[in-house]
Design a protein around this ligand. Structure first.
Ligand code: 5RP
Length: 262
């Protein structure tokens, strides 16, 4: 069934394919960023082109906007859409309460704004992202470039008073230069190893001058869809408390599977 796709790509693909089942005709949909979200954009584009599904997409990064246009999805800004029916995005970690770490791809700010402006957020992921407690994945914090070293020092000082296992912070680089987000900011990654109180940490970080936003998504995600390398998907809905399992059968068509990288 899965042909040339690696198990991890199969897992991401089947999660994405299951997620687009939630998209109804006429919906305004937030389009996430990252390799899993890119699968979703491709699947949604196929529904638009092949089935005539009408959707308006609000991308969370310039690279997602580019891909969405390429696959035939009408793209508008969040200000044009105003409010969204649904956002579908990937994540770096998902805990049992569906709280998330996001921002591995550097798009956390737009992702959080878009997801928060949506009636529902669906996270699509492979099983490696499910964790008992958040924090093994470095927590991205978006900071303004002005005085970033001072902001980083303040963040580290703040961490020493909180219940986290690690306290070091590193500026994210793109080669030798700082990584710059779509909003022109920098990202400081926090190596915390384990976060005991994610809600408190998120609030405290966002109080520090220079911090724009952090990658903790607390009480934002409604549904998580976990894909597996054998085509199975698990759908957990935090609101209804339901857990469903399914299997996605698919054929690798040229349209969807060429140039799978973002
Ligand atoms: C980008 C993100 C991504 O959703 C997250 O990094 C997961 O990416 P991938 O699907 O490539 O593993 O938060 O800012």
């Amino acid at each position: 069934m899965t042909g040339d796709l690696s198990p991890i790509d199969t897992a991401k693909f089947v999660a994405a394919k299951r997620a687009v089942d939630f998209v109804e005709d006429g919906m305004r949909v937030g389009l996430g960023t990252g390799s899993t979200a890119a699968w979703m954009v491709r699947c949604l584009g196929e529904l638009v082109r092949e089935d005539g599904l009408r959707v308006t997409g609000v991308p969370t990064s310039t690279r997602t906007a580019e891909l969405a246009r390429k696959v035939g999805i009408e793209v508008v800004s969040l200000d044009e859409a105003k409010w969204l029916d649904l956002t579908i995005d990937g994540a770096d970690e998902v805990d049992p309460d569906l709280n998330l770490i996001k921002g591995g791809g550097g798009a956390l700010l737009q992702e959080k704004i878009v997801a928060t402006a949506s009636d529902q957020m669906i996270v699509i992921t492979d099983a490696t992202k499910k964790v008992e407690a958040l924090g093994a994945f470095p927590l991205p914090v978006e900071v303004v470039p002005f005085g970033w070293q001072t902001t980083k020092a303040l963040v580290e000082e703040t961490l020493s008073g909180l219940d986290v296992l690690g306290e070091s912070a590193t500026l994210r680089l793109n080669g030798q230069a700082p990584f710059v987000t779509d909003e022109g900011n920098y990202i400081v990654d926090l190596h915390l190893h384990r976060i005991a109180n994610a809600r408190q940490l998120s609030l405290v970080l966002n109080q520090i001058p220079g911090v724009v936003e952090n990658g903790l998504f607390i009480d934002v995600c409604d549904i998580v869809i976990v894909g597996h390398g054998d085509g199975r998907v698990e759908v957990d809905d935090i609101n209804s408390g339901t857990h469903e399992e399914d299997r996605i059968e698919f054929v690798e068509t040229d349209n969807l599977f060429t140039n799978i990288s973002e």
